[in-house]
Ligand binder design. Structure first.
Ligand SMILES: Nc1ncnc2c1ncn2[C@@H]1O[C@H](COP(=O)(O)OP(=O)(O)O)[C@@H](O)[C@H]1O
Ligand SMILES: [Mg+2]
Length: 357
């Protein structure tokens, strides 16, 4: 099943595939016995006692592996990961006794459909599983993050838009608890698109979000902002509020197009508005180890960004579109899936990077 056609057709394809598969996966009742029917396991589900082994999952073909490390023994010893670099071990993070101040991460790429929203939800959920207090900020007027967490944005009276524009409103009025313990959401809907225009005449318009988030910093360990697909004022607000940026890149031919413009914007925000801003990492998404194409794109990305590329790579699987329909993260919807394991590993890598600083 491939859903990699560009443009609107792709969205339709993803949508219909998602719905169909999702329906089929729901445990129904056996019409004869009325007993609940068990769901058939997915091919890529990890079975009991199995653990996520990126080496096994991304097993490169021998020819490809040879280009990464000169001999088989060394490939095994160095545990070459999908990015072609030795794969470090990311320890399971220990529990926290107290929380905050939050590290703010902007999930940013002006290209749509690269996995920003998916990565925000699932990185957030994985961090929360590891005992971190997490706040997700839906900063896209399309409200996909809210939808992905089971919220209907059209029914909301107050959203992140009100938090930005109305003085005297406190974040608690806007905050929603998600089904994931320890993870909250600042939802948004189409109202937010008005902010882009209205903010233009504000004083210190680029730091509006930063001011709104300030009172929340002490309560959370991570705040992840899901940006809209543009480099407009909303995204600049996210970059001004953030300590670091994660850039998801789809392992497709045009992945690197436009990234120069993005890094230029990050650079400008760092110079003029937020000297602490760092490029945390490039996250390769929708990677398909079976295609030479995916591997070539990933190799190019590593060539261009080197150590900025996360060792963790997110594979392409239809289970992500399914989770959107289900309105929950993959870590709870399909806890044993390879996709869930990948985002857990990303969470460990993010935490390990943070401690290394
Ligand atoms: N690793 C993946 N494998 C397959 N489909 C994915 C993956 N990540 C995201 N998707 C799907 O691709 C589409 C776009 O992803 P999304 O996270 O909404 O991107 P963005 O927020 O950058 O526009 C969604 O339908 C999503 O379910
Ligand atoms: Mg999105």
């Amino acid at each position: 099943m491939t859903v990699s056609v560009e443009g609107p057709t792709r969205l339709e394809a993803v949508g219909s595939v998602a719905v169909r598969t999702f329906e089929a996966r729901r445990p129904g009742t056996n019409p004869e016995t009325q007993a609940p029917q068990a769901m058939a396991p997915y091919e890529d589900d990890l079975q009991d006692g199995q653990f996520y082994d990126p080496d096994a999952e991304y097993e490169p073909d021998p020819e490809y592996a040879a280009t990464l490390a000169p001999d088989a023994a060394r490939q095994r010893r160095e545990r070459v990961g999908p990015t072609g670099r030795p794969l470090p071990y990311f320890p399971i993070p220990g529990p926290l006794t107290d929380h905050g101040p939050a590290k703010i991460v902007a999930m940013c790429n002006q290209k749509g459909g690269v996995g920003k929203t998916t990565s925000t939800i699932n990185l957030g959920a994985a961090l929360a599983e590891y005992g971190r207090r997490v706040l997700l900020v839906d900063f896209d007027p399309q409200g996909a993050l809210s939808v992905g967490l089971g919220v209907n944005p059209m029914e909301l009276d107050i959203t992140v838009y009100n938090l930005l524009m109305e003085r005297g409103l406190v974040a608690d009025d806007v905050l929603l608890k998600t089904a994931v313990p320890g993870m909250d959401l600042l939802p948004s809907n189409i109202d937010l698109s008005a902010a882009e225009v209205q903010l233009v005449s504000e004083v210190a318009r680029e730091s509006t979000l930063q001011r709104a988030l300030k009172p929340l910093m002490a309560d959370y360990d991570y705040i992840v902002i899901d940006c809209q697909p543009s480099l407009g004022l909303l995204t600049v607000n996210a970059l001004t509020a953030a300590h670091s940026v994660i850039v998801p890149l789809e392992c497709e031919f045009f992945a690197l197009r436009g990234v120069a413009l993005l890094t230029e914007t990050i650079e400008k925000v760092r110079e003029r508005l937020n000297p602490e801003l760092e490029l945390d990492g490039i996250l390769a998404t929708m990677y398909d180890s079976r295609t030479v194409h995916s591997r070539e794109v990933l190799a190019r990305v590593v060539e261009a960004f080197d150590d900025h590329v996360f060792h963790t790579v997110i594979g392409r699987t239809v289970r992500f579109p399914e989770t959107t329909v289900a309105g929950e993260p993959i870590t709870t919807y399909a806890s044993n899936s390879v996709g869930a394991a990948a985002y857990r590993q990303l969470a460990r890598e993010v935490l390990a990077r943070c401690h290394a600083e």
